[in-house]
Design a protein around this ligand. Structure first.
Ligand code: DAS
Length: 335
């Protein structure tokens, strides 16, 4: 995009959803407090070359954001005029930010960039990080081309939505892109890009109907009890994502039930290590990845379990047809 084109688009919208960034101490514990106006009041002291619109979408802990909220949010962003907007900042709780940002990458049908941010410290904290994170998110948008990219910005670091993970409960630097590396860093008020924006993923249209798309994420543990898994499969989920052992392995006692489930529904193999890809042709023992893939389970590739569950759920909401093949196509393009 040329500078002239960029200058023609002079608006950024900040959409507030809640989270620690908007929480205050109340009767000894943090809870949602600041609405959009109060949260963003500090911006009036900052000289920023864009018009900033505020939209208060909700004010909840991120554990309470729902799929219907997420779909409404994506539709709202899609409806913004791309000739006017440089980008959108979404503020929300950090607990589910890696899932919602990835979902926006799949759902928002727009070339407007989206920077999702939050805070590790509440608005009551003497050195709250929320305002700095919002400013960094605005700076990312000011310095990046509108390709419909979705990033998570915290602690001056910029992460591609599809790679970012929350890896610590409380540290300011709680987010990591692992082996994929940072998308960039905000340095001296500008974006230093370390990596290019990843190739956009194919967008998914979904209705708000989530009834046929129950997907369970299940970590597999040492000597996991097969009867428990049998009960879960009997309940009739539309899909199952396993955070399996190592590079895609399970105890062999689980094989009959997993094979049976995979005949009916997509059963995705991810790793509970949450780092590195599932192997395809390394381990040949019963319960190894070669055996599981041959029994009809599908590889989650590099996707951590929570993102595989998000992708599978949105795919099923889009259409139950060919969900295994379509899931695998996304997995190939993920990295
Ligand atoms: N852990 C909190 C946060 O970081 C709560 C939440 O996710 O809403 O925002």
């Amino acid at each position: 995009m040329t500078q002239n084109m960029k200058n023609a688009r002079r608006r950024i919208q900040i959409i507030t959803l809640g989270g620690t960034i908007a929480m205050r101490n109340h009767q000894g514990g943090l809870s949602p407090a600041l609405g959009g106006d109060a949260l963003l009041d500090f911006l009036k002291e900052i000289d920023f070359p864009f018009q900033i619109d505020k939209v208060e979408f909700s004010n909840v802990a991120s554990a309470n954001i729902t799929f219907s909220d997420l779909i409404r949010l994506a539709q709202h962003i899609t409806s913004l005029n791309r000739d006017d907007y440089v980008g959108v900042v979404v503020t929300q709780g950090t607990d589910t930010i890696e899932e919602t940002a990835f979902a926006l990458e799949l759902l928002a049908q727009s070339t407007i960039n989206i920077a999702v941010t939050g805070a590790m410290r509440s608005a009551s904290h003497r050195s709250a990080d929320g305002p700095a994170n919002i400013i960094s998110a605005l700076r990312f948008l000011a310095d990046s081309d509108g390709t419909g990219e979705v990033v998570v910005v915290l602690d001056d670091t910029v992460h591609s939505a599809r790679y970012v993970r929350k890896t610590h409960t409380t540290k300011l630097s709680a987010f990591s892109s692992g082996e994929f590396g940072l998308r960039g860093r905000i340095h001296e008020e500008r974006l230093k890009a370390y990596n290019k924006a990843p190739t956009p993923l194919e967008k998914l249209s979904v209705s708000g109907d989530i009834s046929g798309a129950n997907v369970l994420l299940l970590p597999i543990c040492f000597d996991q009890e097969a009867p428990l898994l049998e009960h879960i499969v009997k309940i009739g989920p539309a899909g199952l994502v396993l955070e399996s052992l190592g590079a895609g392995h399970v105890p062999q006692t689980l094989l009959p039930i997993l094979e049976k489930a995979a005949r009916k529904i997509p059963v995705v193999l991810c790793s509970r290590t949450n780092q590195g890809p599932i192997c395809e042709h390394t381990y040949g023992y019963p319960g190894g990845e070669m055996d599981l893939l041959a029994r009809g389970l599908i590889s989650g590739g590099w996707l951590p379990g929570i993102k595989a569950r998000m992708l599978l759920k949105l795919l099923l909401m889009n259409s139950p047809v060919d969900s295994k093949t379509r899931f695998s196509a996304y997995v190939r393009n993920f990295f």
